[in-house]
Design a protein. Structure first.
Lengths: 288, 545
């Protein structure tokens, strides 16, 4: 069985190599240039990327072609391997409709091969957290069926709450519901957004100022958390390490210094939708 | 010389002489300022208002009633600042009282003055005694109406002067500042000038149309060598129909209108006597000009590329087609390029240049409203002294629902505009929530003191930097940033979540940045957002939420 993930889940080629994961690069477009992470560059220069967004560039993203998916998956089927693909939320992109078409074609061609998929119902740090958990199981020798069964129970137990400084990115992407049509970003109003059970982004309130917004994220970890310390706590940020560090400080103050916090930078494809200075916390919880 | 009859010519002279007198006195009146910060200049506001009235009757021939009414309409639109709005209402009352009067005698003029008093009291929601309305009322009450007009005016002026001298007894703020009421002083100055004219002492200069709002800067870069002519040219002219070219008696301007509709859009054309006034949007103005010369010659001519015409080339009213009105339009008032841009960025459709020391007129508001295609227009005057002119414009405007919101500072306005939920179609709800959020905001300013003053917390020295909020003086220092830091502390930064900072045109960016860095160190939980407001008068504006 071959384990696939994608760059929208924030996992890097280095980690993929360590786990034996194959990585699908999800493209984004700047101007008329289509860029594939870790194919068109080796290291993601996140500061440079988000500074470009701060300066006014608005990258776009697009679905991959059927052909691209076939190129990823067919060699595995041809070599006699089944596939487990742990991917970012199908609720946020129509790329999965195209992928399913590709998979249907391949299944017809290789009827004996199996294609398993796990929808993390998330993006960036949320997906990353689930990919890492699934990869741990994979490394421990679990089968695809076992990992899929685990996911069925556990995916709804990984929430992510987040906020962003500049809402124009979210607004343009049109992927957040419940967002008031204000210019709140200019006056320090931070809508708090989370990913619901369908993997969709929903605004569930707002805070005035970053300090209160960070405190609210941490509060969610306290209120909803379940076996928090038995799992990784992922802090994803788009080039605002200071805010991430403050969140980490508050988390460790509440849960102890041995809390397993991993801070990562949001990949550029998702970053194109959330903009710079966004931060989210993903943790293990009773529910999302 | 005894004058028992007041006709339209004398009245027109009186208004002009009133303006001349006020022009001479305006500096003294401007300086009658109870607050040690440059303020809405009463003298300037009243003068510009009165001049708008004088301009409206420049070539006006008619009865006293007609001239008074024309002057009043001019003043209504030209009214700036609260004192200007009240002045315009005083003359509106006077015009009402003189309705159908061809020539006034003392009795009828005195009656008209009573109407002026009534109208003036109606103009202010809560009449405050010790102000211009007191001076008017007590003046009118003390004038002797049973004699000739000269004596009437003589006694009127005496009573006004007595009333003006008494204003500090009625208003503590005047007494504390050691001044008389500036609006009352302005009114007295105007009536002194009017009295001079009545007595044949005329020495006024020609009335020039003064400083209406600055002409919006044309951004030439909006149309460069690669641009496509998308909107065409806004073409306006006055065409004098020529006897040598057309039969003036039988010529039907419909010929011109039909032609314009064929080659252009947004045609407005009408004829007054032998002049045809034309407004048309066209891609080929040259063609139209050639065609028009078949009928007449141009008196004035203006052609503007509509891509540059306004700061927003997407302005719906400039487009050559009509879009359905949007839910909410926003008009606000600010000065300083950075501040104006900041307001545009946060969603203001029209930013009227003006503010503390330059109060926009009713007309300025009306023009701003006309540029917006919206069901509701929310107006943020950002200054108490501007609200009345906005209210007056709101009453006059009919093409949208105008809501004047109670923003008294730049900070409240900025916050309020930023919090408008444009998806909510319930205007009342939106207005309530915006009003609520504006009330939760505190604004503080740092400016230079123009005279010594005693506040509850600090002594202010001329030339110092003074930090204040509303009418409260909160800090004073010869050092700008020291005054700013003390102000921020007094405003309760420690318990606030967000602070917006707009630094003024006299403040170097690095000074503002280092101030913010210091404040950030001091107030760790405060999110500070720095903006280059480049505004005049205020070195810093702090908005805390």
């Amino acid at each position: 069985m071959t384990f696939f993930s994608d760059t929208d889940c924030d996992i890097t080629p280095k980690e993929c190599a360590a786990y034996g994961i194959k990585l699908i690069s999800m493209p984004y477009t700047v101007g008329d240039q289509v860029i594939y992470p870790y194919i068109d560059f080796d290291e993601f220069d996140s500061h440079k990327f988000y500074d470009m967004l701060r300066a006014g560039t608005m990258p776009t993203t697009s679905a991959m072609s059927e052909e691209a998916y076939i190129q990823h998956f067919e060699p595995e089927f041809a070599a006699g391997n089944d596939i487990l693909y742990v991917h970012f939320s199908s609720g946020t992109s129509n790329t999965f409709t195209i992928m399913n078409q590709a998979v249907e074609k391949l299944k017809a061609k290789y009827p004996e091969r199996k294609f398993y998929s796990i929808d993390t119902l998330g993006i960036t740090a949320l997906s990353y957290n689930i990919v890492l958990e699934a990869a741990d199981l994979y490394k421990a020798g679990k089968t695809a069926e076992e990992i899929v069964a685990w996911a069925k129970v556990e995916v709804p137990k990984f929430p992510m709450y987040f906020f962003a400084d500049d809402l124009k990115f979210f607004r343009r992407s049109g992927r957040v519901s419940g967002l008031a049509a204000t210019m709140g970003g200019f006056i320090g109003i931070r809508p708090i957004i989370y990913l619901n059970d369908e993997g969709k982004m929903v605004s569930i309130g707002k805070e005035t100022g970053r300090a209160k917004a960070i405190a609210r994220l941490v509060q969610y970890v306290e209120d909803l958390g379940e076996d928090v310390k038995a799992h990784r706590v992922l802090i994803g940020h788009s080039d605002c390490p200071d805010i991430a560090a403050e969140a980490e400080r508050q988390l460790k103050e509440k849960f102890g210094q041995d809390l397993n916090v991993i801070t990562n930078v949001v990949n550029p494809t998702i970053g194109s939708h959330c903009g710079p200075n966004a931060i989210g916390i993903c943790f293990h919880a009773k529910h999302r | 010389m005894k004058t028992n009859e007041l006709d339209s010519l004398i009245f027109a002279d009186m208004l002009r002489q009133g303006a001349a007198s006020l022009s001479k006195d305006k500096k003294v009146i401007n300086d009658l300022n109870v607050f040690p910060i440059p303020d809405g200049d009463t003298g300037d506001n009243m003068l510009m208002t009165l001049k708008a009235g004088c301009l409206a009757i420049q070539d006006h021939l008619g009865t006293l009633s007609e001239v008074a009414s024309a002057a009043s309409s001019g003043m209504l639109l030209g009214a700036r600042g609260n004192s200007g709005v009240i002045l315009s209402r005083i003359f509106a009352g006077l015009a009402k009282g003189l309705k159908d009067v061809i020539v006034a005698d003392t009795q009828s003029f005195a009656k008209a003055m009573e109407a002026a008093v009534m109208e003036a009291y109606k103009a202010v929601p809560v009449p405050v005694e010790g102000t211009i309305i007191t001076v008017l009322r007590e003046g009118a009450a003390g004038a002797n109406a049973s004699s000739d007009l000269n004596h009437y005016f003589e006694t009127l002026l005496e009573a006004m002067q007595t009333s003006l001298d008494h204003t500090p007894e009625l208003l503590q703020v005047l007494k504390d500042a050691g001044v008389v009421d500036s609006g009352g002083a302005g009114l007295l100055s105007i009536f002194r000038g009017m009295n001079d004219a009545l007595n044949g002492k005329i020495f006024h200069e020609e009335i020039e149309p003064t400083a209406t709002a600055p002409v919006p800067t044309v951004e030439l870069d909006k149309f460069d060598e690669n641009s496509i002519l998308e909107f065409g040219y806004c073409t306006e002219f006055l065409l004098r129909l020529m006897r040598s070219k057309v039969d003036l008696d039988t010529f039907d301007e419909a010929v011109i209108i039909d032609y314009l509709n064929k080659v252009g859009e947004s045609v407005v054309a009408f004829r007054e006597g032998t002049i045809v006034k034309v407004h048309v949007h066209t891609f080929t103005p040259g063609m139209i000009l050639n065609e028009m010369q078949k009928y007449g010659e141009f008196l004035t001519l203006k052609i503007e590329n509509m891509a540059l015409q306004h700061h927003q080339s997407t302005n719906q009213n400039n487009a050559s087609f009509k879009l359905p009105p949007k839910q909410y339009g926003v008009v606000t008032v600010a000065s300083g390029e950075g501040l104006i841009n900041a307001f545009r960025e946060i969603g203001a459709d029209e930013v009227i240049a003006g503010g503390q020391t330059m109060n926009p007129s009713t007309q300025d508001f009306l023009e701003a409203f006309a540029k917006i295609n919206a069901q509701h227009i929310l107006v943020f005057p950002n200054n108490k002294n501007i609200k009345m002119a906005a209210d007056q414009a709101a009453e006059l405007y009919k093409n949208a629902d105008i809501h004047v919101l109670p923003s008294t500072t730049i900070g409240e306005g900025y916050y309020g505009i930023g919090s408008i939920d444009r998806d909510n179609t319930n205007a009342e709800e939106v207005i309530d929530s915006v009003t609520e959020i504006m009330q939760s905001v505190v604004t503080g300013m740092v400016s230079t003191a123009i005279r010594n003053a005693e506040g509850d917390h600090v002594s202010v020295h001329t030339g110092d930097y003074v930090g204040y909020s509303g009418k409260q003086l909160l800090s004073d220092s010869p050092n700008r940033e020291t005054a700013a830091k003390a102000l921020v502390e007094r405003l309760g930064a420690a318990s606030r979540d967000v602070m917006l900072v707009f630094f003024g045109e006299d403040v170097p960016q690095n000074k503002a940045e280092s101030l913010v860095a210091d404040l950030q160190t001091q107030y760790k939980n405060l999110e500070i957002m720095l903006n280059n407001g480049a505004q005049p008068v205020y070195d810093y504006i702090f908005v805390l939420c």
